[in-house]
Design a protein around this ligand. Structure first.
Ligand code: ADP
Length: 162
């Protein structure tokens, strides 16, 4: 029986879509480790430390959730944490190809670790951190997509980087 699941990602920043998935995973597993990836190929808006802090604040009322960050292969990190399951989200068909490739690559690297896909509530199925940042830069109201403190952090960060 597997008690621990890892939900890896960039979370740049965390949205209600990610939070929806964390809640669903937490209903199934005793412990869900949300792990922010150090990905040298992506240029995130927020630092790892900021993303971890935002996730901690956004999930503080959800039991059994741990926020962490990791370097290197996610399957190595999962083994270190004694987790046999990786959680990923599927929003639309457009996610499928990339997620499918990644899941099969991870299976090749570590046959003992399974990827499980969860789907968010329909209203979050078009929500992405990338689009959120674009909408924020154009001054959109983001209250349907992220908690207030994330909206403020996002708008402050975009002002600083302009
Ligand atoms: P990554 O760079 O690893 O794709 P993201 O933070 O963008 O990091 O996403 C992490 C995981 O969460 C991915 O599996 C992605 O499909 C999923 N995800 C992102 N946004 C949503 C959402 N609105 N609803 C459900 N899953 C989502």
């Amino acid at each position: 029986m597997c008690q621990v699941a890892i939900y890896p990602g960039s979370f740049d920043p965390v949205t209600y879509g990610h939070i929806d998935l964390i809640k669903r995973a937490q209903e199934i597993f005793q412990e869900v480790i949300v792990a922010v990836a150090h990905n040298p190929h992506k240029k995130p808006l927020f630092s790892i430390k900021e993303r971890v802090e935002m996730l901690k604040k956004a999930t503080r009322d959800i039991e059994g959730v741990i926020i962490d960050d990791f370097d290197g292969l996610v399957v190595n990190y999962a083994r270190k944490k004694k987790a046999k399951v990786l959680i990923r989200g599927l929003r639309m068909l457009s996610d499928f190809e990339y997620e499918f490739q990644m899941a099969l690559t991870n299976r090749k690297l570590a046959a003992d670790i399974e990827t499980i896909f969860l789907m968010p509530q329909e209203s979050y199925s078009y929500l992405s951190s990338k689009l959120l940042k674009e909408a924020a830069s154009l001054g959109a109201d983001l209250s349907c997509f992220v908690p207030d403190f994330i909206e403020r952090a996002l708008k402050d960060k975009l002002r600083q980087t302009r």
